[in-house]
Ligand binder design. Structure first.
Ligand code: PMP
Ligand code: GLU
Length: 395
């Protein structure tokens, strides 16, 4: 807390995912052999057809400010992608391209929330939903779930959390951090509750859409009675391994898209020109072009689940998508290991960092203090070595 700073930032938590990654980087610089399983960041290189589009954009002298909501032909590629992959029909005035899906989410919170509006977050939820809402004046309302229900919210729990002040619900499927994927029937059951409360807007974060090991991906906006009340968020960070290129986008009711455009026009202007040109190539590619990454993630999921199962006291669900496992480690609470008492998931993650040199993230940051998040967007060797070290440190 520094009184010279605004209450807004003083009350804000530091992003736990980025903080853990920074801590791991710092320890590595001190010469420690840290294995980083904290950050949700694919370890693949960017596909060549995307790189080539970026190189071509530089050669073609793209350099100017871009339209605030994105190049027209990129928006067209997004419209075609939404239609092709999600059967969602959007027009250009409903699309806004941003500097990462994180900015898309921040724009949405800024344009939709007034002071005191409640934001429903089925927990565990992605770490930034909560602080992005708070900084816009919203009040996060966590809806707890448990590993026994595969970390999915039930219609009853959703209904019970709704109040006259509820303005937004934000969720991701496939979910970061749990990897859970809502089926069509499960989402429909949630939609049946939401249609009874027409003032609630749903933000459906579909950034892990392609990293899905089930039958298929379901978009909330695909239900005709939810289309006008749902914002679909997506981006290229995960599916195309383009985390540092910083491109995300939304498909939204037109009045929301216009508001995001206005907000972004005052805050950042349009997203990076070269990355936008590259994103056109990424989105125009058939999903089969990136299947090799999904196949690798699936193999790593099997590997990490097998290795976790060998460690006593760790209870993991089988994630259906994304590249995280979110095991319950509460068995260790109250235990003293190598002279260190583990009182919570934060202590546990710190213990793993210090004693096993493996970086993970406390579940507390995602609204579930019994768990930790382990990212398996890492090489098989790193996963094997990390789990060997964790097993040894916990023995
Ligand atoms: N939503 C979820 C669920 C995420 O895991 C991430 C991770 N980066 C984001 C949004 C933000 O993605 P981007 O890199 O596009 O800002
Ligand atoms: N979304 C990734 C994660 O959850 C990247 C980090 C971040 O953007 O916070 O690890």
């Amino acid at each position: 807390m520094n009184p010279k700073l605004s209450n807004r930032v003083n009350q804000m938590a530091t992003s736990a995912t980025l903080a853990m990654a920074a801590k791991a980087r710092e320890l590595r610089e001190q010469g420690k052999d840290i294995i980083g399983l904290s950050l949700g960041e694919p370890d693949f290189t960017v596909p060549n057809f995307v790189k080539n589009a970026a190189i071509q954009a530089v050669k073609d002298d793209y350099h100017s400010y871009t339209p605030v909501d994105g190049y027209g032909d990129l928006k067209q590629a997004i419209i075609t992608k939404f239609q092709r992959d999600n059967k969602l029909t959007y027009t250009a005035s409903q699309i806004v391209v941003s500097t990462g899906a994180k900015q898309s989410l921040a724009n949405l919170a800024q344009v939709l929330l007034n002071e005191g509006d409640e934001v429903l977050l089925p927990a565990p939820y992605w770490v930034s939903y909560s602080d992005i809402s708070k900084v816009a004046g919203g009040i996060p309302v966590e809806i707890p779930t448990s590993i026994n229900s595969d970390f999915k919210v039930t219609p009853e729990a959703l209904e019970a959390a709704i109040t006259p002040k509820t303005k937004l619900m934000i969720y991701s499927s496939p979910c970061n951090p749990s990897g859970s994927v809502y089926s069509k029937a499960e989402l429909r059951a949630l939609a049946d509750v939401l249609v009874k409360h027409p003032n609630i807007i749903v933000v459906s974060d579909e950034i892990y859409e392609h990293i899905n090991y089930t039958e298929g991906h379901v978009s909330m906006a695909g239900f005709p009675d939810m289309y006008d009340r749902t914002v679909t968020v997506n981006g290229v960070s995960k599916a195309f391994s383009m985390t540092g290129w910083r491109i995300g986008y939304i498909g939204a009711p037109e009045y929301i898209a216009r508001a995001c455009n206005k907000m972004q026009g005052q805050v950042t202007s349009g997203a990076n020109c070269i990355a936008q040109r590259a994103t056109i190539a990424a989105l125009q590619a058939q999903p089969s072009e990136i299947q090799y990454m999904i196949d690798a993630f699936k193999e790593r999921r099997t590997l990490i689940l097998g290795l976790l199962a060998e460690i006593p006291g760790i209870k993991a669900n089988e994630p259906d998508g994304a590249f995280y496992v979110f095991p319950d480690i509460s068995y260790y609470f109250g235990k003293t290991l190598r002279g260190k008492t583990i009182d919570n998931a934060g202590d546990f993650a710190l213990y793993l960092l210090e004693e096993a040199n493996v970086a993970t993230v406390t579940g507390q940051a995602f609204g579930d203090p019994s768990c930790i998040r382990i990212s398996y967007a890492a090489s098989e060797e790193d996963i094997k070595e990390a789990l060997r070290r964790i097993k040894e440190a916990l023995a």
